[in-house]
Design a protein. Structure first.
Length: 227
């Protein structure tokens, strides 16, 4: 099954990142470069980011409480690390010495422990001129991984999915890929056609005895034997 959720274009992503502040640049990259769900992003704590190891430790929300795989480790890109360092320099209200502190505290003086999903949704939409939502960024990550040739089981683990069937719903096939697939078939047909035409042009090869009563044979074209 192919996803019906549209993928964001490069222009839309560039617009989003160029307009977002330091906090929302990091939030957007955590979804588009690490494949996190928006709920996983807002629940990240200081202890979950390991820049020296280039890893995130993510609590997989869709796993059962008794599951051994409640946490997954996700490698992060250099631009996530750069955005994280930039956010640390500018962030207010985060106690970086407390490993339990939430990475994204609420913007207002509410009783919430961390930023809400609705706040992230509104800001991502705002910065992208209402063309991109958080879930599209996660789909973008999944499709990019698959298009780069990653095994679907690897993509499944990175996304924190319980089954490959769920992962398959995230994957998109764009028009260019369809055209390439058809061109591949056409190239194969052209090769077979050229081989067949070359075989048809060749003279038949005959096999017959060189002398009557002998068991030796001569292999060659009839014209050569008559010379």
């Amino acid at each position: 099954m192919v996803s019906s959720i549209p993928l964001p274009s490069r222009q839309q992503l560039d617009l989003l990142l160029s307009r977002a502040n330091a906090k929302y640049q990091l939030i957007a990259l955590l979804m588009m470069d690490a494949g996190l769900r928006v709920t996983e992003v807002v629940r990240l704590q200081v202890k979950h980011v390991l820049p020296m190891e280039q890893l995130l430790v993510v609590f997989s929300l869709k796993k059962r409480a008794h599951s051994k795989d409640k946490f997954r480790k996700v490698p992060i890109t250099s631009r996530i690390i750069e955005a994280y360092a930039n956010y640390r320099r500018r962030a207010k209200g985060v106690d970086w010495n407390d490993p339990e502190a939430f990475l994204f505290p609420p913007s207002d003086q509410s009783s919430q422990l961390h930023l809400s999903r609705k706040s992230v949704y509104r800001r991502i939409m705002k910065y992208s001129n209402n063309t991109v939502n958080p879930h599209m960024l996660r789909h973008y990550y999944a499709t990019r991984m698959a298009n780069n040739g990653e095994d679907i089981r690897v993509v499944q683990k990175l996304l924190g999915h319980s089954s490959q069937q769920v992962t398959e719903r995230y994957l998109h096939v764009d028009e260019q890929q369809l055209r390439q697939a058809v061109r591949g078939i056409e190239r194969e047909r052209n090769v077979l056609r050229r081989v067949w035409q070359r075989l048809r042009r060749q003279q038949p090869v005959l096999v017959f005895p060189a002398k009557r009563g002998m068991t030796s044979f001569h292999v060659g074209r009839k014209g050569e034997m008559e010379r």
